[in-house]
Design a protein around this ligand. Structure first.
Ligand SMILES: [Zn+2]
Ligand SMILES: [Zn+2]
Length: 310
C-alpha cells in the first residue's frame, strides 16, 4: 500500500490558492472582465496541459522545434502542475500500470480523492524518474525548468498584478488556477469512473462528452488508453477535441508537424474485437497487453529520428 504522507510545503500553497480565490473575489468583487480573464487563462493553460504535458511530452504524438518545445513546457508549467519531466514521467507510469497498485493515481486502488489530487500532494510521488523520461531529459533547458518548476507560474502571477492590478491577479491567477487544477484532475479521477467504454482496455478508462469539453478533448479517455500514440483523442467528428483542432491549426502555420493519427481500422476497433474474443476464452487478452505496450512504447514511437526536436 502506498504511503499517504503529505508534505505541508506542498499542501499549504495548494489549499492557499483556493482560499486566495474565494477571499480575493470577496475583496475585489465580481466583474465580467475578471471572469473573461479567468476563462481565457483557463483555456490557454489547459491547452498547455493537454497539448504540452500530455500529448507532446508524455506521449510524443507529434513533432515540433526545440524552441516551440520550450514554449510548450513554459505554458504547461504556468498551470502549476510541477515540472514537465515530472509530469510526463508519472503519466507514462500511469499508462504502464493503469489501475493497478503501481499506478501513481489509481482510483481503483486508492479512491477518488487520491486519484484526483492526493497523489500530487503526496511525498511518495515527489521525485522525477529521469530514466522514464530520458528522451526529454537530455535537453538542459527542460531539466532546468523541471527543477525550477514554479518560475513560469510566478512570472504570470507577477505580470498579472503589475499590468492588471489585484482584479487580474485574483481572477486571472487564483480563480483560474483553482478551476484549471480540478478540470485537469478529472482526467485522472472521473475519466476512470464516469462515462462509457468503447474499447475493452485493461483499465477503467471512460469516454465522457462533458469531461471532453472541460478538458479540451481529454475526456475521450477510453479512446486514449486504447491508442495513446494518437494526437487526436476524439476519434469521430462528434467527439469534440479542441486540443486536436488547435494542434491542426499550429500544423497549418508550421509550428508543429507529423501529427500521428490512428488508421480507420484501428479506430473501428479490430484490436478491441480480438481482445474481446481472447477474454471470452479466458486467456490473457493479447491485444489488451498490446494496449499497455503501446503506452510504454509511446516514447519509442519517438525513436530519435522521429521525435527529436529540430
Ligand atoms: Zn488514464
Ligand atoms: Zn496519456
Amino acid at each position: 500500500m502506498k504511503k499517504r504522507d503529505f508534505g505541508w510545503l506542498t499542501c499549504l500553497p495548494f489549499y492557499g490558492v483556493h482560499v486566495a480565490a474565494v477571499v480575493g473575489v470577496a475583496l475585489v468583487g465580481f466583474s465580467w472582465r475578471g471572469v473573461g480573464l479567468a476563462a481565457a487563462l483557463y483555456a490557454v493553460r489547459m491547452f498547455g496541459v493537454t497539448g504540452g504535458y500530455h500529448r507532446y511530452f508524455a506521449h510524443r504524438t507529434y513533432r515540433t522545434s526545440r524552441a516551440f518545445q520550450f514554449v510548450l513546457a513554459v505554458l504547461a508549467q504556468s498551470s502549476i502542475q510541477k515540472g514537465v519531466l515530472w509530469w510526463a514521467a508519472h503519466h507514462r507510469d500511469h499508462h504502464k500500470h493503469s489501475d493497478t497498485p503501481s499506478d501513481p493515481h489509481s482510483y481503483r486502488d486508492y479512491g477518488f480523492w487520491y486519484s484526483h489530487v492526493g497523489w500530487i500532494l503526496s511525498t511518495e510521488t515527489e521525485a522525477t524518474d529521469y530514466a522514464r523520461i530520458s528522451d526529454m531529459a537530455r535537453y538542459p533547458e527542460l531539466r532546468w525548468l523541471n527543477n525550477y518548476h514554479l518560475v513560469p507560474a510566478l512570472t504570470l502571477a507577477v505580470a498579472l498584478r503589475v499590468f492588471g492590478g489585484w482584479e487580474a491577479l485574483v481572477w486571472g491567477f487564483f480563480v483560474s488556477t483553482s478551476l484549471l487544477w480540478h478540470g485537469v484532475f478529472t482526467i485522472n479521477s472521473l475519466s476512470h469512473i464516469w462515462g462509457g467504454r468503447r474499447y475493452a482496455t485493461t483499465d477503467d478508462s471512460k469516454n465522457n462528452f462533458v469531461l471532453a469539453l472541460v478538458t479540451l478533448g481529454e475526456g475521450w479517455h477510453n479512446n486514449h488508453h486504447y491508442y495513446p500514440r494518437s494526437v487526436r483523442q476524439g476519434f469521430h467528428w462528434w467527439q469534440v477535441d479542441i486540443t486536436y483542432y488547435v494542434l491542426r491549426g499550429l500544423a497549418l502555420v508550421g509550428l508543429v508537424w507529423d501529427l500521428h493519427v490512428p488508421t480507420q481500422e484501428t479506430i473501428d476497433g479490430d484490436v478491441g474485437m480480438q481482445r474481446d474474443s481472447s477474454r471470452r476464452t479466458g486467456s490473457r487478452p493479447s491485444a489488451a497487453r498490446g494496449t499497455r505496450d503501446i503506452a510504454v512504447e509511446a516514447p519509442a514511437l519517438s525513436s530519435p529520428t522521429l521525435a527529436d526536436a529540430e
